[in-house]
Every structure is written in C-alpha cells, then in structure tokens.
Design a protein around this ligand. Structure first.
Ligand code: NAG
Ligand code: NAG
Ligand code: NAG
Ligand code: NAG
Ligand code: NAG
Ligand code: NAG
Length: 321
C-alpha cells in the first residue's frame, strides 16, 4: 500500500515535473511566429529578406554607429520616423573610376539629409580622392582622411540622383590610378537624421531633479521601492544576432521593478494627478516605465546593411502608475 502510494506519488511527481518544466520552457521558448515577424517589421527589418551575415562591419560603419548611439535621443527630426542610415555596396565599378550603386535594393523612404561615400579599402593617408558626378559637371568633391579611412560628403553631387534606381559617381585618385580598384567604396544615405548634431559635442541633457524627495537610491533599494533596474538583452538569446542584427550583440533594455507604497506622494514616485486619483479609488499602483530611450542597431535586410535609431527600446525612467 505504502509502496503503491510512493509509486503513485513518484509518478505524479515526475509528471508534475514534466508538466511544470516543459510548460515553463514552452512559455519561454514559444512565441507565435507572426509576432516575431511583426516585431521585426516594426524595426524596419524584413523577416524574409535576411541573408547570413558573413562580412564583418567596416570600421567606418562602426564609427558611425558609435556617433549615432551617443546622440541617439537627439537625432530624430520627425516624431513618426526613426533616424536611419542605409549602406550600399557598389553594383559595378570600372577601372577608370565609374562606380554604380543600385538604390532599388532598398527603397529610400524618408528625407535624405546627407550622402557620404566612404572608402573602406587600404587607402593611403596621403591620397587625395576626387569625386565627381556625370550629372553635375563642374562640381568636384575631395575626400578627407579620418581614422577610419577616406570619407567624402557627396550630398550635393548625388542628392538629385536618389530618385533614380542607379546612382553613379566617378572617382579619381591624385597619384596612382591603379589603386582605384582597391578603394572598396560604400555609399551611406542618411535619412531623417539631424546630421548637424552628429559631429558636435554631446549636448548637456537636462536632468530633472527630484527636489524635496526624501527617498534616495539607498532607501529605495532597502525598502524595495519601485526603481529602474538594469536588464541587458542579448540578441543571441532571440536568435537574431548574426541573422538580422549585426551590432550590437547586447543592449541595456532595463526594467522597472519594486513596490509602489501606500502614499506615493513623494516626488520620487513620479506620480501624476491621474495616478493620485487612481490611487484614491483603487488603492493599487504599478511600478511602470514612464520614459524610454532609443537604441541604435545595425541590421541586414534585403541585401543591404542599415543602421537605425529605434525608439522606445530601453527604459530610462520609472514611476508608480
Ligand atoms: C538640428 O539640430 C540643430 C542644432 O541643435 C537645431 O538648431 C535644428 O533646429 C535641428 N533641426 C531639426 C530639423 O530638428
Ligand atoms: C522633408 O523635408 C522638407 C523640408 O526640409 C519637408 O517639407 C518635407 O515634408 C519632408 N518630407 C517628409 C516626408 O517629411
Ligand atoms: C538620374 O538623375 C539625374 C539627375 O542627377 C538625371 O539627370 C538623369 O536623367 C537620371 N537618369 C535616369 C535614368 O533616370
Ligand atoms: C521644496 O519645495 C518647495 C516648493 O516647491 C521649495 O520652495 C523649497 O525650496 C524646496 N526645498 C528644497 C530643500 O529643495
Ligand atoms: C539579393 O541579391 C541577390 C543577388 O544580387 C538577388 O538575387 C536577390 O533577389 C536579392 N534579394 C532581395 C530580397 O533583394
Ligand atoms: C522618477 O524620476 C526621477 C528623475 O528621472 C528618477 O531619479 C527616479 O528614480 C524616478 N522614480 C522611480 C520610481 O523610478
């Protein structure tokens, strides 16, 4: 009898284990595929348009990423559109310096605010690279040397061509013409980005102070009050790194966690009048995000690399709501 009971309990236990464990796993791992697709589309990534990411990011693209990431909450020009850079590899390149880019690979959806031509090959520091356009005779742009190679601002030369499917530019090198095929040019089209901010020193951001608050971070931690907690998302866990996302591998998404106490009047809790009414009627408040920040991502979609500052990717402030 006892043995039977033990056996039943044991079997039940295993089942319970199996059910609980697999359900838990299932809930963690099973996300309806359409939801993932919709989310990727929301980020501007075509879920069906990926190819395996094999090529490393060039130092030019990486440097631009760092510049954009640093200013990512100030670059936005339109509230409804994310700042973005689309990168194009040449479709063809002749030995006399004519480079063609196929813009139909990715539609240009937004206001073009800058066009850069970067040379990611081994270019000598002392070279001077001149860029001209078959459509803008008389205009000649010189590249300038950066830590990441030669870069030229070709906005004036190329802006009229972005309506075409093909963009053509002509490059010539001052000294040795045989170097032309080693230039490895990459075209960067900046969309909806306030580029005047990109190369500036970081703007001092206004940080609202919690005046008259009696609660500091130590108190909040001791009493487990609502607060911002660091939470890092790893794109490898989503299976997106190397497939859709090329950079970064992880980013700080953050969460809000902790209790909202009985009297959320202290400014620390960032309550609004709505919250106070809700509290008077329902006696219950939730620790929630009240402000978000953008995150810049480099992703590969439809045969091209793009960099986008995606809004609402990480929590910057919490409050009781
Ligand atoms: C771009 O940034 C500059 C410098 O902060 C600012 O004066 C300008 O109004 C901004 N332009 C747009 C369109 O947001
Ligand atoms: C692009 O910018 C111009 C002015 O700079 C503006 O009139 C136009 O509405 C913008 N285009 C879009 C699609 O917002
Ligand atoms: C491409 O754009 C230029 C303007 O820069 C224009 O003159 C030319 O006719 C366009 N070519 C095609 C094939 O549309
Ligand atoms: C507290 O708030 C009041 C009114 O907002 C202000 O006059 C006072 O200076 C503040 N006290 C401190 C220590 O910040
Ligand atoms: C990607 O490029 C290849 C070769 O250039 C082409 O065959 C394919 O259709 C492209 N895919 C997309 C989604 O543009
Ligand atoms: C409320 O906002 C202030 C200022 O950003 C912040 O320091 C504080 O931690 C926020 N309160 C909570 C509960 O997160």
């Amino acid at each position: 009898m006892l043995w039977n009971t033990y056996k039943i309990m044991r079997t039940l236990g295993i089942w319970l284990y199996v059910v609980v464990f697999t359900t838990d796993l299932g809930m963690g791992a099973f996300v309806p595929p359409h939801l993932t697709s919709e989310f990727l589309q929301n980020l501007g990534i075509d879920p069906g348009g990926h190819r395996p990411i094999t090529r490393p990011i060039s130092s030019y693209v990486l440097q631009l990423f760092l510049q954009m990431e640093e200013k990512q909450d100030d670059l936005r020009m339109y509230s409804d559109r994310d700042p973005k850079v689309q990168f194009y590899d040449p479709e063809s390149q002749t030995s006399d310096g004519l480079i063609e880019f196929d813009l139909s690979r990715a539609p240009i959806d937004g206001n073009v605010t800058k066009i850069e031509l970067a040379f990611t090959g081994h270019t000598h520091r002392l070279f001077s690279i001149q860029i001209t356009s078959p459509y803008r005779p008389g205009i000649r742009v010189n590249s300038f040397h950066t830590g990441q190679g030669h870069v030229a601002d070709v906005t004036d030369l190329a802006i009229d061509q972005v309506v075409n499917t093909t963009l053509e530019l002509f490059v010539s090198i001052s000294k040795s013409t045989h170097q032309i095929r080693h230039l490895n040019p990459i075209l960067a089209i900046f969309l909806d980005i306030n580029v005047s901010l990109l190369h500036r020193d970081r703007r001092k951001r206004f940080v609202p102070s919690n005046r008259n608050s009696t609660i500091n971070m130590e108190t909040a931690e001791t009493l487990n009050y609502c607060r911002l907690k660091e939470w890092t998302v790893d794109f490898r866990d989503l299976g997106w790194y190397g497939k859709f996302i090329q950079h970064p591998i992880t980013y700080r998404a953050n969460i809000c966690a902790g209790n909202c106490p009985v009297a959320p009047m202290d400014p620390y809790f960032n309550a609004t009048n709505h919250v106070l009414v809700k509290y008077l009627l329902e006696k219950r408040l939730c620790c929630s995000p009240i402000e978000y920040m953008s995150q810049t991502l480099i992703f590969v979609t439809n045969n091209m690399t793009a960099m986008q500052t995606v809004r609402g990717m990480s929590v910057s402030r919490c409050g009781c709501r």
